[in-house]
Each structure stands twice: as structure tokens, then as C-alpha cells.
Design a protein around this ligand. Structure first.
Ligand SMILES: Cc1ncc(COP(=O)(O)O)c(C=O)c1O
Length: 384
């Protein structure tokens, strides 16, 4: 829960563990798809440590990235993430820049390893972007596509056409724009499974050993934009395409602890605080339970009476990006404007999809979902 400060309101605000109450006094819940809501306690800790990190007399923003303080911050963040996801010891964790969109290109640059083709599963907006980037570097075979179903369901594994010569098989575990999520891990045999996990990373436990490589922009469940997390099996490193720029080369980055050039130091520090917060919530199993409860309540409200509708097949609905329409789409602009006045912010669907999207990342409290459901019920009573 947060409050919306009035323009020009610079007075100190009363704080609570969940949020602040400003002079405007208005509670807000931020449903943005990313950059997105962060835990208030993490923001408060960052504020408290901003000018003086733990008695050093300097801010994290001012620390040399090779110095002992930042080295400690980086090592701790990696260790905590390893603990949270039980990352096996033969996987490297990289904290890089570029965003997942840049890594759509870096993945084939690094993982083709002398091969010429890769399999991609097309499930929506972001997998399409990944395919378009990969086509710059290799032949892309679309192993399965949800296009015929308008990306409302994940193509079942038995329909995929996988190539044993593919360098890897790429999936997007959560389509942020469509609100479509893999709730299962595909078996791809000897071909390494690669996943863009940007929007569901750290929202549920993951069996890392099933994947060759996972990458994720941080600005959803981890928080700070500017950081991209890569988790890669060691034996897949070392075969980058000739001409791969040094800072894009995962092997060289791994050999230098993600510090070939200046890493996104402040974003890594914030990510470390979020990892601590997740530990404090009870780790991944507890976070997953909460995320399931939140999304189940919201989908139940959407399915309740036909006023709202979610086009995504129930089995493939996203836990973190709940996308829906009003049956009378002409009411959507009014819905969004009234929701905003109620402090329910950033509910507009992705620009290619339209409609409504409520992102329920880890930091969204259950009371935010309940406030949205109350508003939806009231709106449907008035306009139904
Ligand atoms: C699934 C997915 N992949 C890739 C991206 C691109 O991330 P970035 O803008 O950080 O490059 C996004 C952004 O929302 C996303 O949701």
C-alpha cells in the first residue's frame, strides 16, 4: 500500500511497513507491469542507507565496483539468490546490463556453440521479439506456435516439433503482454532448454537443473530496472560466436564475476535487499502460495458474472500478469479512469493488447487485490 503524494508535497510522510500516508492521504496500489511495485520495507531500507552504507561514510552509488564493499554486496546477493532458488553448483549467476531484450540477441550469440539453428516456441509478444532477434544470428525453427489460438494457450508439448540438432530450445515462461504462463517445464532431451523468465522470475520455485540457461530483466519481481540476471550451466559457456563483443560474452563475464565493465551496482544492491525480503517472507514456497492465492481471487472475480472476461485458457493463466477485458469494451476507458481515481494505478493493458492488466508481483499485498476486486464489483453493479 502506498500513498499518492500531492504535487509539490515535500513534507515528511508517516510510514508503515506496508506504505506511507502522505498529506494527500490517498492509498494507492501500483499494478504496473514493470518497472513495478517494490516492497516498501526495501525502499525504506535503501533510503536509510542512501548516504552512508553501514558506517562506510559513502553511498552504494559512490562505491568502486572492484572495492571490498561492493564486492561484498555482489557476493552476498549471488549467495542469497543461489539459496532462494537452490541453484546447483555447476551453474553460474551473472548480473549484467542490457535488459532481456538485449539478451534475446546475446543468448544465440553465446549458445549456438558452432551450431546453426535453434528451436523457439512462439507464445506471444515477447517470444516473438526473441525470435526476431535470434534470426539475426541463426536459423530459427518455430517448434510450436500459439498464434492460431491468438496466444490464449500454451501449445501442448506433444505438438512441438523439436530438432535434435538445435543448439537450444527457447521458451518465454510468462508472456507479460498476454498474461499466459507455462505451469510446467518442457522436456527437451539433450537440447538445452533456455527461458526468458523476465516476468515470473522469483515468483515461484524453479527446478534450475531442467534448464540450460535462464535470463530475466529485474524490474518485475526483483525490482530495479537496469539489471539482467543470467543463470547458466557452466558447460554451455565458451562457444560464443566470433565477433561477440567482450561485454556480451557470458563466458568472459563469468570469468570476471560480471565485472568485465561497470555492472549496474545500485540495482544489484537493491536486488540483494529484495532477496533478503523474499527470505523473510518464507522463501519461494511461501511466495508462490501467496501469488497463487492473489491470482485465484482475481480470476474468480473476473469469471464471476460475464461482465469481465479473461481470454486465456484457465490452465495457462499467468499468476503475475492478469489480463482481462470488459465484455463491453467501450467501458474500458471509464473503468481505467475510475480505478485510477480510486488509487488503483497502472491497470492499462499492454499497448499491443489493450484491455486491462493487473500485475500481481511479489510485492503486491493481498489487500491490493481485494481493493481491485471491490472496485470491479462496484463498477459492474453500476454498469452491468
Ligand atoms: C517476458 C519479457 N521479456 C523481455 C522483456 C524486455 O525487457 P527489457 O525491457 O528489460 O529489455 C520484457 C519486458 O517487459 C518481458 O516482459
Amino acid at each position: 500500500m502506498q500513498t499518492l503524494p500531492e504535487a509539490g508535497d515535500t513534507t515528511r510522510r508517516r510510514r508503515s511497513s506496508r506504505g506511507t500516508t502522505g498529506r494527500g492521504g490517498r492509498r494507492v496500489f501500483n499494478f504496473a507491469a514493470g518497472p513495478a511495485i517494490m516492497p516498501r520495507v526495501v525502499l525504506a531500507q535503501a533510503r536509510d542507507e542512501m548516504l552512508d552504507w553501514r558506517g562506510t561514510g559513502i553511498s552504494v552509488l559512490e562505491m568502486p565496483f572492484t572495492g571490498p564493499e561492493f564486492t561484498e554486496i555482489l557476493a552476498r546477493a549471488i549467495e542469497d539468490l543461489r539459496g532462494l532458488l537452490a541453484i546447483p553448483s555447476n551453474y553460474r549467476v551473472l548480473f549484467l546490463q542490457g535488459g532481456a531484450y538485449a539478451h534475446h540477441a546475446m543468448v544465440p550469440m553465446n549458445l549456438l556453440r558452432g551450431r546453426e539453428r535453434a528451436d523457439y516456441v512462439e507464445t506471444g509478444h515477447w517470444s516473438r521479439r526473441g525470435i526476431a532477434e535470434a534470426r539475426r544470428y541463426c536459423r530459427v525453427d518455430v517448434a510450436a506456435s500459439g498464434e492460431r489460438d491468438n496466444f490464449t494457450r500454451v501449445p501442448p508439448r506433444q505438438t512441438w516439433r523439436l530438432n535434435p540438432d538445435a543448439a537450444f530450445c527457447h521458451i518465454t515462461t510468462n508472456e507479460t503482454a498476454q498474461g499466459l504462463e507455462f505451469h510446467w517445464t518442457p522436456e527437451t532431451g539433450e537440447v538445452p532448454l533456455v527461458a526468458d523468465m523476465t516476468s515470473d522470475f522469483l515468483s515461484r520455485p524453479v527446478d534450475i537443473a531442467r534448464y540450460g540457461l535462464i535470463y530475466a530483466s529485474a524490474q518485475k519481481n526483483v525490482g530495479p530496472a537496469g539489471l539482467t540476471i543470467v543463470i547458466v550451466r557452466e558447460d554451455l559457456l565458451g562457444g560464443a560466436l566470433p565477433g561477440t563483443p567482450t561485454v556480451f560474452n557470458y563466458k568472459i563475464q563469468a570469468d570476471h564475476d560480471s565485472r568485465v565493465n561497470t555492472p549496474p551496482t545500485y540495482a544489484i544492491y537493491l536486488a540483494g535487499l529484495v532477496f533478503n525480503w523474499v527470505q523473510g517472507q518464507g522463501g519461494m514456497p511461501a511466495i508462490e502460495r501467496l501469488n497463487r492465492r492473489k491470482s485465484a481471487k482475481l480470476y474468480a472475480a473476473i469469471d464471476a458474472n460475464g461482465f469481465y472476461r479473461c481470454p486465456v485458457a484457465p490452465a495457462d493463466r499467468s499468476l503475475v500478469n492478469v489480463c482481462f477485458r470488459l465484455s463491453d469494451e467501450s467501458l474500458e476507458a471509464r473503468f481505467l479512469a475510475q480505478a485510477h481515481r480510486r488509487g488503483l494505478l497502472n491497470l492499462k493493458g499492454h499497448r499491443v493488447m489493450g484491455g486491462i492488466r493487473a500485475s500481481l508481483y511479489n510485492a503486491m499485498p493481498e489487500e491490493g487485490v481485494e481493493a481491485l476486486i471491490d472496485f470491479m464489483e462496484e463498477f459492474s453493479r453500476h454498469h452491468g
